[in-house]
Design a protein around this ligand. Sequence first.
Ligand code: 5GP
Length: 204
Amino acid sequence: MKRLGILFVISGPSGAGKGTVLGKLRSEVENLSISVSATTRNPRNGEANGVHYLFCSKDKFKEMIDNNEFLEYINKFDNYYGTPKAPVEQLLNEGKDVVLEIETMGAANVRQMFPNAVLIFITPKSFDELKRRLDKRGSENPKDRAARLEIAKTELDSMTQYDYIAVNNDVRSCINTLKAIISAERTKMARNPELINTLTSRDN
Ligand code: 5GP
């Protein structure tokens, strides 16, 4: 029996620092692929097509929906975001572990499809800290600020559907937490049928 790859799902409110942490994980953990989502939103400064996202038009995205090319997708902030199905399935079948960085509704959908997926929630240490980081990022417009906070609250309220919580107070310690989770999941007995078979099928 071959070892299938593990599907890790990482979510967290805007301002949790997911991007920085994932960038480091990519370079520090072997045999781990970060899935590249498709989106209809415009690229931000420094974002490259095929690296941060596959940027596409709404028409193209809808065509992909019709062709059943997404594992899951959502329509958020007036834009579509979706996880392309084929590369994720291929990697998992090859025994490679995959990380999806998606929001909480997508995570719930993935959990339904992949009950063995490992859901990790990244968060700042307190709500006040989250507010501070959101303020630093966003405009001063009170309406925008209130909307950002509402979204953050909804995301925090979905936290209990996750298997692990990783506090990102200090980037290095958050990365170490994620590495520990990945290591623990990889060494679970049930995830290593091939190794078990080798060790238990003895001639004498
Ligand atoms: P941003 O526009 O800031 O890059 O992302 C907005 C939100 O969309 C983030 O919470 C991010 O995790 C989420 N997101 C990015 N890609 C996907 C995806 O493929 N599926 C889902 N469900 N959410 C996604």
